[in-house]
Design a protein around this ligand. Structure first.
Ligand SMILES: NC(=O)c1ccc[n+]([C@@H]2O[C@H](COP(=O)([O-])OP(=O)(O)OC[C@H]3O[C@@H](n4cnc5c(N)ncnc54)[C@H](OP(=O)(O)O)[C@@H]3O)[C@@H](O)[C@H]2O)c1
Length: 260
């Protein structure tokens, strides 16, 4: 068991990558607090995960929610060993037609929300702990229409380096896991809720063709990488961004679409 006796917080632990990570952490012996905004999926996740999971409804963008969350965690958990700042949203912000509210919501959730989660968690953390942010290949891709999202995911990487320096005296490691296209509900949220099965299959095939390994990531692929960064298996790894993208950013010419 790689996380026996460890206590972990996973924001956005009621869905996708966060939920898969909660499952894996618990199977490795951890006790896990999961958060999210949606009470129903939180309750369903806790019911599935069992007695070692605790659900807390908290919006990462709302200071009052964070205050209440960390007061409850101090009472229920005492200390934390692992924080996976995973909660995030996507959002289209094409240059020339984007209003400020949409841009700010992406930044507020993905960047401010992640920072202030860790800001509140730091005093509760044991020395030798591990913090992991959920980044993205969009730090590098230059894909159109996602300026805000890409900026937040790049920002997390530079932010993680600075926080790693802040927490170095306490030997708390701070890293970023950066997923490529991963099969989670994020692809069905917002404007994509009504896409047809045919359109969705087209998008799926296109993205597979951009990946040297020829497929999408599964949430479990990411969970295994987060477990690695959370556990002593990565005891000398600090302030890095670990790409978990099937080679999309490192070897793009290995992908079917560029091999010809
Ligand atoms: N899937 C991909 O292709 C992909 C690729 C690169 C990076 N990522 C990153 O991976 C992370 C997890 O996403 P996912 O793919 O697993 O998508 P997901 O299934 O949609 O999960 C997103 C999670 O974030 C939570 N969340 C969103 N806004 C929140 C807020 N304001 N306060 C609290 N929780 C909030 C959601 O909870 P509620 O539903 O309860 O609000 C949900 O649990 C995100 O940071 C995303 O940017 C995903």
């Amino acid at each position: 068991m790689k996380l026996a006796g460890k206590k972990a917080l996973i924001t956005g632990g009621n869905s996708g990558i966060g939920l898969a990570t909660a499952r894996l952490f618990i199977s490795e012996g951890a006790e896990v607090a999961i958060t999210g905004r949606d009470q129903q999926t939180l309750d369903e996740a806790v019911a599935e995960l069992g007695a070692k999971a605790h659900g807390y409804r908290a919006d990462v963008t709302v200071a009052e929610d964070r205050k209440k969350l960390f007061a409850e965690l101090a009472k229920d958990f005492g200390k934390l060993d692992i924080v996976f700042a995973n909660a995030g949203i996507s959002g289209r912000t094409p240059t020339g037609t984007t209003n400020e509210a949409i841009f700010e919501n992406v930044v507020h959730t993905n960047l401010n929300g992640a920072f202030f989660t860790v800001n509140s968690a730091a005093p509760l953390m044991n020395d030798n702990g591990s913090i992991i942010f959920n980044g993205s290949v969009h730090n590098y891709l230059g894909q159109p229409g996602v300026a805000a999202y890409a900026a937040t995911k790049g920002g997390l990487v530079s932010m993680a380096r600075s926080i790693a320096a802040d927490l170095a005296l306490r030997k708390i490691r701070v890293n970023v896991v950066a997923p490529g296209s991963t099969k989670t509900p994020i692809w069905k949220r917002g404007g994509r809720a009504n896409v047809t099965a045919e359109e969705s299959a087209k998008v799926s095939d296109f993205f597979s063709s951009t990946v040297p390994l020829g497929r999408w990531g599964e949430p479990e692929d990411l969970a295994k990488a987060v477990l690695f960064l959370a556990s002593d298996d990565s005891s000398y790894i600090n302030a890095v961004e670990l790409m978990v993208d099937g080679g999309l950013t490192g070897a793009p010419f290995g992908a079917a679409i560029l091999r010809g």
